[in-house]
Ligand binder design. Sequence first.
Ligand code: CP
Ligand code: NVA
Length: 310
Amino acid sequence: MPVKQTRKKIDFLSLLDFERAELDEILRQAEGLKRAWREGSGEVPLAGRVLGLVFHKPSLRTRLSFEVGMRQLGGSAVYITDQEIGFGKREAIKDIGAVMSRYLDAIMIRTFSQEHVVQLAGAARIPIINGLTDWVHPCQVLADLFTLRERGHDLDDLRIAYLGDGNNVVQSWIHAAIPYGFDLRVATPAGYEPDAEAVARVAAEGRGRVSLLRDPVEAVAGAQVIYTDTWTSMGQEAEAEKRGALFPPYQINSELLAGAAPGAHVMHCLPAHRGEEITDEVIDGPQSIVYDQAENRLHAQKGILLHCLA
Ligand code: CP
Ligand code: NVA
């Protein structure tokens, strides 16, 4: 009699948890899903499955792309915030994870602490997907890798400049430089650098390269991709004024963009603060691919959902 195989559950907590082959497979799957979606394919591999969407911070893209993605794959999603759950306050994470596992097939969570996401993954017997923490934003960067491939970039031969705050988005970009061979130049004001530990790890074992710089002009020089994000991430609102005074030299404007490679692509995970980290002229200009990035959250997320659930 054949022995029943029980597959180990797959969580999507950070890009550090994945080998190159696995990420490539998710990207290929997402590319196929985008093609099928364009052709109007009616395949519903997640029929009857339910994704829990737990948000402790606001969202437009992450919520919609997961919710719409589940519907397109034949499943559904239930949205709940921390006001109802009371993470670790009204109820222990251990109990939350165990109970949610009795109703749902997977959970996407956006919250502050990465540690809470790890604890939830330990407590739940269903896959946990990280929809952003203070530390990382792996779903965003996976969608960005997808967008760059779609635009014909070679992820192993690409110079990317990231300007601004050393936040969760660039942290995931640094993680992506372990499996992929791009050259990432990060320019931040002093005191706003990303984790040195991840940068050291790229130096020790990464296919790619990461340099931490101070000068935005040096970072942008010859880069084929220029990336930025808000100067004040969700949860840091009290620092907005201080940051607003320090970050203006890192604004992506036409003058700075002129130093990049000809036709360089401009990226932003959105939401953008027009006139702060990026000017209207650049975000609305021909080199901007920000709406492709936003759309590709949908396709990349569907790839992640299938990887974790199918
Ligand atoms: N880029 C991104 O995660 O957007 P939301 O915060 O709107 O989900
Ligand atoms: N760094 C931003 C990303 C928003 C999608 C934040 O954490 O608010």
